[in-house]
Design a protein around this ligand. Structure first.
Ligand code: HSE
Length: 312
């Protein structure tokens, strides 16, 4: 049976939770903002790539993440003594790469969920999360779950490192997330390499206080208090240097009424939060005017998606 799985774009870190928080996104215009993987039985296993960003991916299938996912999946099946099947796997690459929007996570999550469906669900959600984290590690040089967790499960996810699991936090359904991609690529590996091995003490203390307060605010449903925490004083100063006109973008967004402004994942996409669609449009215009992106820049207004990877 043929099946297609969509996996959404995500914002990792969410300003206050480096490698620890992430949200799944839903485009308010209803487009599938993420990647789609389709799997169907075949006599020989083949892999195809389509979609508006297909040309950005490696041409050698061996280097493709979705192929790597199927190898990992089969390795795990073999460890259980389960037989392999043949299939056609098609990745519809709908997201830009090196964008800070969880592009690799969307491909990985869609592929793993599609394979799990195809094989009759041999693996649990937790196992899929672990496999997806391993794939993220292969892409960025270090395992982190803050894109793959919301991508697989939706909503706002908090990562618990000792057990490599995640919990769903209450999130603000009336928040609009204004995204601005400046049209340049910043590989996650580079954005991680720019960070020092040790982080300053004062900034670290402020940072964990903000994360704790944000989580408290999410539980007591105080959206103003939550948004007030969302200024990353620890990681952002290093990464902002990779994003042209970042400071102008923040100034313009806040002046236009944003509740918060920050870097999506490892960038270069930036995001702002508003509580009304009218404010979202004003903030979007302000950011576009201030950040002077390339011809490949784009903006989008999203809400937080309750759902993660799913059949479409
Ligand atoms: N937490 C990761 C980072 C997300 O900021 O490097 C990027 O995939």
């Amino acid at each position: 049976m043929k099946i297609s799985i969509f996996a959404p774009a995500t914002i990792a870190n969410f300003s206050v939770g480096f490698d620890s928080l992430g949200v799944a996104l839903s485009d308010i215009e209803g487009s599938l903002f993420g990647d789609v993987v389709t799997i169907e039985p075949a006599l020989e296993t083949t892999m195809h790539i389509t979609g508006s960003f297909a040309h950005k991916l490696p041409t050698n299938p061996i280097d493709n993440l979705v192929v790597k996912c199927s190898h990992l999946f089969h390795k795990q099946l073999s460890e259980r003594g389960a037989p392999h099947k043949k299939f056609t796997l098609t990745l519809e690459k709908r997201m830009p790469i090196g964008s800070g929007l969880g592009s690799s996570s969307a491909s990985v999550s869609a592929a793993l969920v599609a394979l799990n469906h195809f094989y009759g669900h041999p693996f649990s959600d937790k196992e899929l999360l672990l496999f997806a984290g391993e794939m993220e590690g292969a892409v960025s040089g270090s395992i982190h779950y803050d894109n793959v967790a919301p991508c697989l499960f939706g909503g706002l996810q908090l990562i618990m490192s000792d057990t490599a699991t995640c919990v769903s936090l209450p999130f603000f359904e009336d928040w609009f997330l204004v995204l601005y991609h400046p049209g340049i690529e910043v590989p996650t590996e580079n954005a991680r390499a720019i960070l020092p091995h040790s982080l300053p003490r004062t900034g670290s203390i402020i940072y964990w206080q903000k994360l704790a307060c944000f989580i408290h605010a999410s539980h007591i449903k105080d959206s103003k208090l939550a948004a007030q925490q969302m200024h990353d004083v620890l990681i952002e100063p290093y990464r902002a240097t990779l994003i042209p006109h970042f400071d102008e973008g923040r100034e313009a967004a806040m002046k236009a009424g944003a509740l918060a402004f920050g870097i999506s994942g490892s960038g270069p996409t930036c995001f702002a939060i508003t509580e009304s669609i009218d404010a979202a449009h004003l903030v979007r215009d302000a950011i576009v005017g201030a950040m002077h992106g390339t011809d490949e820049s784009f903006s989008k207004i999203c809400t937080i998606s309750k759902t993660g990877a799913r059949v479409v």
